[in-house]
Design a protein around this ligand. Structure first.
Ligand SMILES: [Zn+2]
Length: 319
């Protein structure tokens, strides 16, 4: 069995090939950046050459694909990409099946990463879990009874646009007080900038870390400043932890999964963030609703591992 795993991220492309039953590490893997003016055609072309480099003439048995955007998993058609132009209604599964003469399966990156963590990462042994990725955006994927739960339109798991503060600031989706608006990296940076401008006496450490150039503030720098005790950085991180905690507590009440697995930059957000997150999630859920919140284990490789798992499942379904 030769499995080809592909990860179409927003800015990064990655391919891996696994043979036999070795699943300890990704031995043969290639990565490339999507060029500045990338479109669907150039991304597919780059991915095709990464895959052929890895396969060196071998025909894959199955292909698993993670795509960074909404996908119709039943047909393997990409609906669109929010980052790269020209993906509208691209029949990605069909394109890959024709190119590599092997069955393919395509799903969106949050679902695929959830499957990766479930089978090979922090979710091993837990057959109901919710994977959340917190970075530029906030997304999630459900594993219920050991299966991906995609929802009617493939839109399940959009925890980033759960409203936790109806009177809060406006999110890019048009609603107010979404989790993503309060806890994603770029929005945290924006919150920090606004507070620094409004409160010139505060946030000395944070200002120092960016040499007073407030445009240089990132989620990572906020975490760093909070670790060193910066008041504004702590406030912003605690708000983020609170928002995510409310959403997780509510999700726990609704679905009662065993675990929440958190990936993305948030795993490095530090002790303030995690402390508030755990406390608020616990307070939001009913006392009888038990769950754990743990950091993801696979990092950037979660979509590739999930793509391998998708291909494995596809092979099981084949006669
Ligand atoms: Zn939103």
């Amino acid at each position: 069995v030769v499995i080809l795993a592909l990860d179409f991220g927003g800015t990064k492309l990655a391919a891996a090939v696994v043979e036999g039953n070795d699943r300890k590490q990704l031995q043969s893997c290639r990565r490339a950046f999507s060029p500045p003016n990338a479109n669907a055609r150039t991304d597919i072309e780059i991915m095709r050459s990464l895959a052929h480099e890895l396969l060196t003439g071998t025909q894959p048995t199955a292909i698993g694909v993670s795509f960074g955007g909404p996908v119709d998993a039943k047909t393997g058609t990409v609906r669109l990409s929010h980052h790269v132009a020209g993906w509208e209604n691209t029949p990605l599964r069909e394109i890959l099946e024709t190119e590599f003469q092997a069955p393919a399966i395509v799903d969106n990156d949050a679902n695929v990463a959830a499957l990766g963590e479930y089978r090979y990462g922090a979710g091993q042994g837990y057959d109901s879990l919710f994977y959340i990725t917190v970075s530029t955006g906030i997304g999630g994927g459900w594993i219920l009874n050991g299966q991906s739960w995609r929802g009617t339109d493939g839109m399940a798991g959009e925890i980033g646009h759960t409203v936790v503060d109806p009177a809060g600031p406006v999110c890019l989706c048009g609603k107010r007080g979404c989790v993503e608006r309060l806890a994603s990296g770029p929005y945290m940076a924006q919150q920090a900038r606004e507070r620094l401008q409004a409160q010139p006496q505060q946030g000395a450490l944070l200002r120092h870390l960016v040499k007073s150039d407030l445009n240089k503030i990132t989620g990572q720098i906020i975490s760093q400043a909070a670790e060193q005790g910066d008041d504004i950085a702590i406030e912003v991180l605690e708000t983020a932890g609170w928002a995510l905690g409310v959403a997780i507590g509510n999700a726990a009440n609704l679905i009662n999964p065993q675990r929440f697995v958190l990936g993305g930059g948030v795993t490095k957000a530090g002790v303030h963030f995690w402390e508030v997150l755990h406390r608020v999630a616990g307070q939001t859920a009913l006392p009888e609703v038990n769950f754990e919140i743990v950091p993801a284990a696979l990092g950037d490789e979660a979509p590739l591992w999930g793509a391998i798992a998708l291909a494995e499942d596809l092979l099981k379904l084949q006669p």
